[in-house]
Structure formats: structure tokens, C-alpha cells
Ligand binder design. Structure first.
Ligand code: 13P
Ligand code: SF4
Length: 353
């Protein structure tokens, strides 16, 4: 069978699909495109969500979606949605022939590292990441030569080459726990300088003496939030809870009520009674919370990741119909194995919840 076997849906099928989409999308207010979701706008995308869901079955594909991508992708066609840690576990467990990653390139590379037999597809090869793009393997090798006794810890927002040069990988959800338990006193942390600052502060709070040396990358979304924004929001909205990602500056993290991965941020909001929340992260997470915690109120402040926003239903459909070579992730096998060792150490060292 080929993608062409998908037959044009009837009006009744399109109406049913529009109703299915609307159940989730109805609640999304934080849409940077200014899109309003109603029966009509859901019906407009129904032909394409129906085709993508048909192609997934036909081609044995699983679709992993990071919470920052557009809500019609997360709720319309995604099989699993979440943060980097959750999605890398899902990629490792996947038995599908095809893994399509609606996220950014380093996430798709991680899926390929963990599921080498699957064809891993990234809808847009230009979906980089200011952190992952800030240092390459040669850059890590230079730092290792300067600090030969350090244990090299890489944030998952890094290339496969950087992971292959590192001892252990971490995510925003397990970074503190993993580094706190490493025997080494000196840690070389790449590529996020701000997460390294937050890590230093957290280890100090826990009374753990370690030297954290870092490279100089930052997330272009999270490095923009300021303490002045937080102070202004608190003055305007008494009782406000400020929820930050560890890619924010240490000053911002210090004035937040909660700091954690996007998955942990969602859990905090869902379980914390408060009149208002300020989410110091990418806008997509607010969209997810509007759907999954519609009783909560969010005030402005979130920003867009231009890379995550390169994903679209059209690109996903076209890649599933017939991926272009640039949409298929390939890795040299020796490099993949070394990167896999680094990520598997992360799974082994992550405390169970
Ligand atoms: P999470 O793993 O917390 O979702 O973070 C990924 C990311 O890219 C944050 O900017
Ligand atoms: Fe990278 Fe920041 Fe975009 Fe996350 S939000 S993918 S860290 S640029």
C-alpha cells in the first residue's frame, strides 16, 4: 500500500474528526499565530490529521511530540507528548518501523541513538537548538584536554557527537539528582552555562561540594526572562506562582516558586492551588496546560522557540508519505554506540519516582 491509498474523507468523517480535535483545542488560548480553534478551523485541518493518522498505521510509525510544538500536532496526531526524558524513554521502547519526532533535531538524533533499527524522521532539518548548536565534538575535546580529571556531563540538548564525547547525559528532570551522586569532584558540564549556574546553586543548597565548569551555551528562549518581569507580575497578581525551567538564569530561578523540567512544571501547576501562574518557558507549554488544566489561569510572559515552531502538519504528512533524505536521521555506527553508552548511563542513574 502507498500513501495514495488514503481515500478522500466524507463530510461525516470530517465532521467527526473536527469534533475530536475540538475537544482538546477548544481550550487553547495561548496561540502565538492568533489562531482561534472552533468547529470550522478544526474542520480545515481534519483532512490532514486524518491522513497523518492513516499513514501512521499504514507505515507502522509512531509520532513523538515535544510539548512546545503546535497544539494541533500534539493533540491531533501525536502518540506520545512530553519532555525530553519521557520522549527518549518512549523512543527507546518503540517497536515501530518509523519514529517521527515532532521536536528538534537533537531529539530525533537521540531517538536514532536509542532505536537504531527504526527509520527516524525529523520534519524540518533546520529545527536546531541554540544550546545544541553552541558546541561540537571538537569543542568538547578541547575542554577535556584542559580538565582531564573532570567527569563530562552533557545536557540532552546536545548533538550526538557531543554525547559521544561525554561520560553521562542528563535532562532538565534528572540533572540535580545525577550530578549530586557522581563520585567526581570536578564536573565539566556542556552546553548550558545557565543550567550549570543553577546546578552549582542547587548542589550548594544540598551541601555538596563540587566544582562545575561549563561551556558557554544558553537557550535563546529561556535566557530572556528577567527578575524585573517576575517582580512586575507579582506586584500585579497577588498570590501568583512563578514556574521556571532550569535553562533560565540563576537570578530568575532564585525568585521562582518552582523550577523543573517541562514535565515537572506541568505537574506542579496541576497540583498547586493558586489564582495565577507565570510560566517562564516556551508558549507551547501554556497551550498544553490550557488543555489539561483548563481551570487554571496563566498570565503573559512566555516566549516562542523558532525551531520548535518549524514543525507543521503539512511537513509531517509529506515526510510520512515519502521522506526526503534530509528528513531521515543517520549516524555513523561507532559514534552512535558511544552516544548510546552516555545516554544509557543516564537511564541507569536516574532515580525512580
Ligand atoms: P524539557 O526536557 O524540560 O522539556 O526541556 C526541553 C527543552 O528544550 C527546553 O527548552
Ligand atoms: Fe533549544 Fe531553547 Fe528551543 Fe529548547 S526552547 S529547543 S533549549 S532553543
Amino acid at each position: 500500500m502507498s500513501g495514495l491509498s488514503f481515500t478522500t474523507p466524507t463530510d461525516a468523517e470530517l465532521d467527526r474528526e473536527a469534533e475530536r480535535l475540538l475537544k482538546a483545542l477548544l481550550h487553547v488560548e495561548c496561540d502565538p499565530r492568533g489562531k482561534k480553534w472552533n468547529h470550522q478551523t478544526c474542520r480545515e485541518i481534519a483532512p490532514i490529521t486524518l491522513e497523518i493518522n492513516h499513514l501512521k498505521k499504514e507505515k507502522d510509525a509512531v509520532l513523538l511530540t515535544h510539548s512546545y510544538v503546535e497544539p494541533e500536532i500534539v493533540y491531533g496526531v501525536g502518540d506520545f507528548k512530553g519532555d525530553s526524558y519521557f520522549l527518549s524513554l518512549k523512543a527507546r521502547e518503540a517497536h515501530a518501523k518509523i519514529i517521527l519526532f515532532a521536536g528538534v533535531v537533537f531529539m530525533a538524533e537521540t531517538a536514532k541513538i536509542l532505536s537504531p533499527d527504526a527509520t527516524v524522521i525529523v520534519p524540518d532539518r533546520a529545527s536546531g537548538c541554540s544550546l545544541a548548536d553552541s558546541i561540537d565534538g571538537a569543542g568538547v575535546r578541547k575542554l577535556k584536554a584542559l580538565y582531564p580529571d573532570a567527569t563530562v556531563v552533557c545536557y540532552i540538548n546536545s548533538t550526538a557527537e557531543v554525547k559521544a564525547e561525554s561520560d553521562v547525559c542528563v535532562t532538565s528532570g534528572n540533572v540535580y539528582a545525577i550530578v549530586a551522586n557522581l563520585p567526581a569532584q570536578r564536573i565539566l558540564f556542556v552546553p548550558d552555562r545557565l543550567m550549570a549556574d543553577n546546578l552549582r546553586d542547587e548542589l550548594q543548597r544540598r551541601g555538596i561540594a563540587k566544582e562545575i565548569i561549563s561551556s558557554d551555551g544558553t537557550c535563546m528562549v529561556h535566557d530572556q526572562f528577567t527578575t524585573a518581569q517576575v517582580a512586575a507580575a507579582r506586584a500585579q497578581f497577588p498570590g501568583l506562582k512563578v514556574v521556571a525551567h532550569p535553562e533560565c538564569t540563576a537570578d530568575v530561578a532564585a525568585v521562582a516558586d518552582f523550577v523543573g523540567s517541562t514535565g515537572a512544571m506541568m505537574k506542579y501547576v496541576k497540583t498547586t492551588p493558586a489564582p495565577y501562574f507565570l510560566m517562564l518557558t516556551e508558549c507551547g507549554l501554556v497551550g498544553r496546560l490550557e488543555v489539561e488544566a483548563p481551570e487554571k489561569h496563566f498570565i503573559g510572559g512566555c516566549r516562542l522557540c523558532p525551531y520548535m515552531k518549524l514543525n507543521s502538519l503539512e511537513k509531517i504528512r509529506d515526510a510520512l508519505r515519502a521522506p526526503r533524505p534530509d528528513q531521515i536521521v543517520t549516524l555513523e555506527e561507532n559514534l552512535r554506540r558511544r552516544a548510546a553508552t552516555c545516554i544509557e548511563r543516564m537511564f541507569a542513574l536516574t532515580p525512580s519516582e
